[in-house]
Design a protein around this ligand. Sequence first.
Ligand code: ADP
Ligand code: MG
Length: 228
Amino acid sequence: MDTTPHIVLKAEALAKSFKSGAVSIPVLSGVSLEVTAGKSVSIRGESGCGKTTLLNLLSRLEKPDSGTLEWEGRRVEAEQATRLAATRGRFMGMVFQSYYLVPELDAVGNVTLAAKVAGLKPDRNRAEDLLKRMGLGERLHGKVATLSGGERQRVAVARALMNRPKVLLADEPTGNLDEKSGGIVMDLLLAICAEEGASLVLVTHNRSFAARADEKLLLAGGALHPAQ
Ligand SMILES: Nc1ncnc2c1ncn2[C@@H]1O[C@H](COP(=O)(O)OP(=O)(O)O)[C@@H](O)[C@H]1O
Ligand SMILES: [Mg+2]
């Protein structure tokens, strides 16, 4: 039996600088990361150290200056932008600090939108099931503009999981929530990723949330290090 862990996402020596006038400011100088199927990784680091930039490279929303990225063993590089968006939409889900929901749609509409964007048939039953598992069974048809921050973030988690992604990237998903609703979102996020078999890359400032991941990393000096 092959017991080698299955690597779903692999980054090697990713580097990224931003130009400010004539000077180039290095943000990431060589980030390597392997994400194992079904496992969670947390990344902590000071504000401005490059956490969001790293997630943008892992999702290929931005191109690195150098280094390589593989999704499911396939190099992500030369694909056309439209194909890349569809590939990304099936492989990966994303949760942001500020939710990025469509306020005039209801919760189900926001979740099924993820399927449409990825060129998949929107399965309403799947969307409703995910929302119920996120504790939103009573909130399926309210406009998301009427939901609380914690409820909106739970809709965003359901949306990120809609297409059965292999990997979910979450960028400070509890950053705008109080400790209690942040805790509820985190419990549900970890539980539902485990149930769905999705790997989780979690960027957070919260030490106790970070500690719950299978692997704990710190981003500092442009590279990842094991965190205590
Ligand atoms: N598009 C951009 N253009 C110029 N500088 C950027 C851009 N995106 C991020 N930066 C800079 O890169 C650094 C890292 O930013 P970011 O990845 O957002 O950090 P974090 O998420 O850890 O707070 C910051 O100094 C930020 O100002
Ligand atoms: Mg950030």
